[in-house]
Design a protein around this ligand. Sequence first.
Ligand code: FO1
Length: 330
Amino acid sequence: MTTTTAGATTTAGVKIVALAGGIGGARFLRGLQAVAPQAEITVIGNTGDDIELFGLQISPDLDTVMYTLGNGIHEEQGWGRRDETFVVKEELASYGVQPQWFGLGDRDIATHIVRTQMRNAGYPLSQVTAALCARWNPGVNLLPMTDDRVETHVEIEDEGGRRFIHFQEWWIKFRASTPALRIVPINAESAKPAPGVIDAIKNADVILFPPSNPVVSIGTILAIPGIKRALLASQAPLVGVSPIVGGSPVRGMADACLASIDVQSSAWGVAQHYGARPHGGLLHGWLVDDIDKDCALDGLRVLARPLIMRDLESSKDIAAAALELARSLS
Ligand code: FO1
C-alpha cells in the first residue's frame, strides 16, 4: 500500500488476493473493486459447488463472481442471470427429467454449454474460466482453486437412510435443513492448485477472506494441498471478514455448515477456526460487526464495523475497512 503526498492511500499496483465462494464473496469483491480501482485483484474461486446436470458442467461460485463483477447477476438472488427465463427447465420438467430442484436458467445454460464444450475439448477449467471472463470482463483475475474435479458432498440421515448427496441438493432442495453429518470435498486431497494460484499468493501484498462460507467455500479452497501452506508462508497481511454477525450468518446457511464441524456459529468461533497467525493460524486481522466488537482472540487484531452488506455502498465500506485493517498490520 503506498501513501500519496495528500495522505490519501492509493492502491495503485497493490496486489490483492481473495479466496471467494458465492454470493457473499462476490458482493464483497464488488465493493473491493470500487474502493481499490487500481489494485490488481486475483480471486481464487471455490469449485467444490460444481455439479454436472443434464450433461452440463456447472461452476456456481465461479459464475456468481463472474456475473456479479461483470454486471450480469440477478441482483436480488445473488446467483444466476438478470433477465433470466426458465423455458428449458420447464421443458425438462415436462419430460419428467430429474432433478427439478436446480434453478437452471436459459441464459445461464449458454455459459454451461461453453464450459462443457471446452472441457470436453480438453481445455482445463482455468482456461475455460478465462475464456468466459473475456466476455464478462469482471475486472479481476478469476482463478479456479484447482483444475481437477472436486465436488462437495454431504452425508445426511433421514427416512431414506444414511447417505451422501451432492452439496447442491443439500443446499437447494433440503435448504441445509437436514443436519450434515459430514461435509466432504471429494478428491480435494489429490487435487493440485490451478496455474497461477500459488504465484498469486506468493506475490500478494494483501490477502483477504471475504465473508464467504468458512466450511464449503473458504474451507474447500484451503483443502487443496499447497494453498494453505502458501498462505502461511506469505508475509502479506491476511485479513478475514466474519460471515457471522451476532451469532447468525449474514446470509446463506453457514451455521448449518459450521455445526457439522463443531465450530461455534459466531464471529469468535470462525476466527478461532481459522486461527491467529502468531499461533500457527491463518489470520492476522479479523473484521467483525459492531455487535461482535468484544470478539477477542490472542494474537489477532480485531476491527469492528457494520458488516451487513445491503448495497454497493455498504460493500465498499466493508472492503475499505478490511484494507484499513490490512494496512494497520503491514
Ligand atoms: N441457489 C439456490 O438457492 N437455488 C437455486 O435454484 C440455485 C440455482 C443455481 C443455478 C446456477 C448457479 O450458478 C447457482 C445456483 N444457485 C442456486 C446458487 C448455488 O446453489 C450456490 O452454489 C450456493 O449459493 C452456494 O454458493
